[in-house]
Every structure is written in C-alpha cells, then in structure tokens.
Design a binder for this molecule. Structure first.
Ligand SMILES: Cc1ncc(COP(=O)(O)O)c(C=O)c1O
Length: 372
C-alpha cells in the first residue's frame, strides 16, 4: 500500500467546484489585490480566532516579521525562542536586527521548556516567541506569567497551529500578536504562499496593515513606516476562503488519525507525542521519537510509507545562526530530538485504512529489532 505524506491534490479534488468558481470569479472581476475575498477571509479568521484583527499577508514569515516590526522589536533587542523549529522563526528575529536567544525544549511535547526561560532573560530581552510546534500550543499560562513579571512582549509563532486551542481559547489571544502560515502543506493551505497576523491590539494592527503595503499611511503615497510589499493575493484569499469552510472537519479527521496512532502504537517501542493538558491539538504533524530513526524511515519507505524529519538539524548548528547559539551540547533536548524524531503521515485525506497500515509497519519494525 502506498501512503504519501501529504495529499494536496485530494483537497482540490474535494473542493474543485467551489474553488474553480471562486478563482474564476476573481479573474473575471479584475480585482486581483485586496478585494472582497481578502476582506471576507480576514473577517472570518478574526471571528474564528476570537481576535479583534486578522491581517492577511504574503506568507507566515512575513506575518512574523511584520508583527515584530509593528511591536517595535529592533537592533540590540533579544528575543527568546527555540532552535527546534522551522528556520523562519529565528530568521525573522535576525532580520529585525534583534538577537534570537535559544532555550531548550521539552522532550515529547517539543515545546519550549518554560522552566528555562527566566534564566535566559537579560536587560536586553524584549520578547518571547513561543513556537506552537506540530499543531499544539506552548504553555501560554506559564509564558504569560513570565512575560508579565519581566515586562516582555509575547509573539506567538502559530504557523503550524491553525485550529489549535488552549483551555478553549485559540492562538492569537495569548500574546501581543501571532503569525499564521497558509503554506501549501499547512492544515489550511493556500495554492502557494500566504500568512496572517492576529492581534487584539489596535495600534499593532494599524501599523501591521501599513507595513504590509510599504508603510503607507491612511493617505496614498504618504509613508509612516519602513515597509514591504506583502499583500495576500486575491486568488489565494479566494482559495483559502473556500478551504476554511472545511477546516474544522479536516482537523477533526487529523485528530482521528492521531488517536488511532496513539492507541495502536502505545506499546510499539516508540516515544509518542504528548499533548499538554488543556490543549486542543490541531495535529499539524504526528511526530514520534525512535533511536534508530533512519532505519525506521528506510523500513517504512520499502513498504510504501512516506515519512518526514522535522527537523534534522537544530538552528544553532546552521552557519547563519551558529553565532547566536553556544555550540554542540548547549541544547541537549533539542539536539536529541533532531536525532530521533520522525513524523508519520497525518492529514485530512489519509484514510483510516492507510493509517492502520502505517501502524502495522511501525510495529513490524519494532518487533524485528527485538528479535534480531
Ligand atoms: C514554525 C514555523 N514558523 C514560521 C513559518 C513560516 O511560514 P511560511 O512558510 O508561510 O513563510 C513556518 C512555515 O513552515 C513554520 O513552520
């Protein structure tokens, strides 16, 4: 049985009628930028996330970068985050001129270890950027308390957490701003790139909207800020608008797959992911830990099962980021996770039968290791 890691085309096959109609409507309208779909998508996402403002931009990377600019993060500042994430989290911090300060993660949840944050705070610390990795939120209660005690800003990297909640509250309600990603492979994926800033702060929203379009003020061709060209394309907004209607059912299906894995891999000799108490996990990835990870991956491949490694190398090992870290051994849990993690297929169009096949293969691998 062939089990692909993603099936983006299946999303189109499911929604080709309304998607084709929406895209053609945009093309025929001549309104290719910031039109009706853009406005509607922003309104619907603000309502879904229970925030005052949702600002659609070109990518999740731009969402983080623009949010940090709007929050006044500048050269000389320090931003506490983790090195077990997609590069954009630290990349955008560096682009503002600030310095990422990496703290270690917790094994099994892969979230920032909140017990280590206070030791990393210095007089230059301006913000904490928790990464809601693999579809569940970091412990925002603990992070909020630390931020309040030390007068720090919180920016949520919620790129992987569209649809995730903590104690019933969605991302974007915990910090000063959050960045979402609609990259193709995300739970809610555009037909290309897309992202969004969520905030309850009117001033941050106004600055973000301005920075999104070159820093333009209320009056055309008058500039208040240094900005970018980062409008979400209307065609992307139309695709996302159609897919948004399916998001909660799609995430529910991911949950079903994850529950099947959690149940049937319980005694399979692999470390299963833990969801923090109070979290509704959006299951962007289902990530397990195995000491002979590369062997498992090859074993699965031979049986038609694709898997992915998020992330094989911690950020502080990469040349552009090494200068912000303290070298090998400085983040032992992060480094161990990079050696042991492997993500199994977990998406909205994966059948339960395919997921059961994945389970059989993982169990077969574990058994073969015990008897060898
Ligand atoms: C944790 C994290 N942050 C930021 C981003 C950046 O989003 P985008 O690819 O839309 O620029 C991603 C995307 O993969 C991500 O996974």
């Amino acid at each position: 049985m062939r089990v692909p890691f993603y099936d983006i085309k299946a999303q189109y096959d499911e929604l080709s009628g309304p998607m084709d109609a929406a895209v053609h409507e945009v093309l025929a309208s001549g309104q290719y930028s910031m039109g009706a779909y853009h406005r509607k998508f922003e309104e619907d996402m603000a309502a879904l996330h229970q925030v005052n403002h949702a600002i659609a931009v070109n990518s999740g990377t731009d969402a983080l970068r623009i949010a940090m600019d709007a929050l006044g993060i500048r050269a000389g500042d320090e931003v506490i985050t983790t090195a077990f994430t997609f590069v954009a989290s630290a990349e955008t911090i560096v682009q503002t001129g600030a310095r990422p300060v990496f703290v270690d993660i917790e094994l099994d949840t892969y979230q920032i270890d909140t017990n280590l944050i206070e030791a990393a705070i210095t007089p230059r610390t301006k913000a904490i950027m928790p990464i809601h990795l693999f579809g569940q939120m970091a412990d925002m209660g603990a992070i909020g308390d630390i931020a309040e005690r030390h007068g720090l800003i919180v920016i949520e990297d919620a790129a992987q957490a569209v649809g995730a909640r903590q104690n019933g509250k969605p991302a974007g309600n915990f910090g000063s701003a959050a960045g979402l990603s609609f990259y193709v492979t995300k739970n809610l994926g555009a037909a290309g790139d897309g992202g969004m800033i969520l905030t309850n702060d009117d001033e941050v929203a106004e600055r973000s909207r301005s920075i999104r379009v070159h820093g333009m003020g209320r009056q055309r061709y008058y500039y208040d800020h240094l900005g970018y060209t980062s409008r979400m394309h209307e065609i992307q907004a139309s695709v996302l608008h159609v897919k948004l209607g399916r998001l909660s059912e799609w995430n529910e299906h991911r949950r079903e797959i994850a529950e099947l894995y959690l149940r049937d891999l319980r005694d399979a000799g692999v470390a299963l992911p833990i969801t923090l108490a109070g979290n509704t996990n959006a299951w962007h990835q289902f990530t397990i830990g195995v000491d002979r990870r590369d062997e498992l991956q090859a074993f699965l491949k031979e049986r038609g099962v694709d898997s992915m490694i998020y992330y094989p190398v911690p950020l502080h090992f990469h040349e552009p980021y090494a200068t912000y870290g303290s070298g090998e051994g400085s983040l032992p849990v992060t480094e161990r996770a990079c050696r042991e993690v492997v993500s199994l297929p977990c998406h909205q169009h994966l059948s339960l039968e395919a997921a059961a096949h994945v389970v059989v293969c993982v169990r077969e691998f574990s058994k073969s290791r015990i008897t060898v």
